[in-house]
Design a binder for this molecule. Structure first.
Ligand SMILES: Cc1ncc(COP(=O)(O)O)c(C=O)c1O
Length: 384
């Protein structure tokens, strides 16, 4: 049978359960247990302890494996735990890692930890400058290359196919943080990556009610290693959170469409305002990688940046808005606006932020599922 489309798969999560529920429950039961009795099980697959394996978590891992076209997947207790699991699986003491300089602040902080504790050398680069990237790969033994696309918060679009080819030329592994685009928009493994990881806290769960993550691998060997380290380091997700994440998954596609459409309307409105100096949204023609964004992603996520003339103006907007929450994170039904320099990327220095195009007055918007006209009216009153 021809492979079913992603939205069909997402609407039938229970079909990905490792065994059939005898009552035919639409939602596969939450196996909320720490242990399983070995004597009461038969067959190939035996469960013993939830940290290692759990049927409810396995259902979600099977679904993500399928929709990412992966060989296997591990669901983790947070998105950053997936990044940590990637490092624990691929890096050794004294390894070198090459990372796109525009990365999530929590990843940046985690890299500092690995650098200090395990003497990992971290090379930061602008992945749009392929010659410089190749120089780093040529002159160092890089084990792992990591980027997001779109990047957060700079919203650069990285040509994943090109970076995969370059990475493999130098025998490194390539991982993509797919938290922003999600597998409904782009599938990094199909473009040559070895790992696709994502914070399911965001668009995938869609409700902002839980933190969780996942990491999918292209080969069976890499998937087995992820599984081994997830058990060894205690990275696996608890079954109750799997259930909460699975409630949002069937509506991912319709939500992404709405986030995309509303955010474009609001970004276009902001582009025309005299108090805004720049709007960075990959779906706008003014974005430097607009064509690549269209080619690489089916839906453009509803996250974009707008540079207010001054920090004071940006703060005035944040202070006076009645709808946008001053919250980090993105992909929830409620719209958010935050100053990356103060919140999500506070671990970056001023110079590091400048290098990735973030100024004091930059506000990162995550457009939710409200009526877009209400959002525009709210912006108007907030800056008056
Ligand atoms: C791109 C990206 N990756 C990873 C994470 C970490 O995810 P979590 O907050 O679920 O740990 C985030 C969180 O904001 C993120 O933006």
């Amino acid at each position: 049978m021809k492979k079913i489309k992603i939205e069909t798969a997402l609407s039938h999560i229970a079909k990905y359960a490792p065994f059939e529920d005898k009552a035919g429950a639409s939602h596969f039961p939450i196996y909320n247990t720490g242990t399983f009795d070995l004597k009461k099980q038969e067959g190939d697959k035996i469960y013993d302890y939830t940290r290692s394996d759990n049927p409810t978590r396995e259902m979600l891992e099977n679904l993500f494996t399928d929709v990412e076209n992966a060989a296997g997947c591990v669901c983790t207790h947070t998105g950053i735990a997936s990044v940590a699991l990637l490092f624990e699986t691929v890096l050794k003491a004294n390894s070198h890692i090459l990372v796109e300089a525009d990365c999530y602040g929590g990843t940046f902080r985690l890299l500092k930890v690995f650098k200090e504790k395990y003497n990992i050398t971290v090379h930061f680069a602008d992945f749009l400058e392929e010659d410089k990237l190749e120089d780093i790969l040529k002159n160092n033994t890089i084990d792992l290359v990591l980027c997001e696309s779109p990047t957060n918060p700079g919203l650069k679009i990285i040509d994943l196919q090109k970076i995969a080819t370059l990475t493999h030329k130098y025998k490194a592994l390539f991982a993509v943080d797919n938290s922003l685009a999600t597998f409904i928009s782009q599938r990094p493994l199909d473009l040559g990556a070895d790992f696709s990881l994502f914070s399911t806290t965001k668009y995938i769960s869609g409700h902002g009610a839980v933190v969780a993550g996942a990491i999918a691998a292209k080969t069976k060997e890499l998937a087995q290693e992820l599984h081994y380290y997830a058990n060894a380091q205690g990275r696996s997700q608890n079954p109750m959170d799997v259930y909460l994440i699975s409630l949002g998954i069937p509506t991912l596609k319709v939500r992404m469409k709405e986030h995309q459409e509303s955010s474009i309307k609001i970004a276009k409105f902001l582009e025309k305002q005299s108090y805004i100096t720049k709007v960075t949204h990959p779906a706008l023609e003014s974005h430097p990688q607009y064509e690549l964004a269209k080619k690489q992603m089916e839906y453009i996520p509803g996250v974009f940046c707008a540079d207010f003339q001054t920090l004071e103006l940006a703060e005035k907007f944040i202070e006076n808005t009645k709808i946008f929450g001053e919250k980090c994170s993105f992909g929830s039904p409620d719209s958010r606006a935050e100053i990356p320099a103060k919140i999500s990327h506070a671990s970056f220095s001023k110079e590091e932020l400048k290098a990735i195009g973030i100024s004091d007055g930059t506000v990162r918007f995550s457009i939710g599922l409200e009526n877009f006209e209400d959002l525009i009216e709210d912006i108007k009153q907030a800056v008056k």
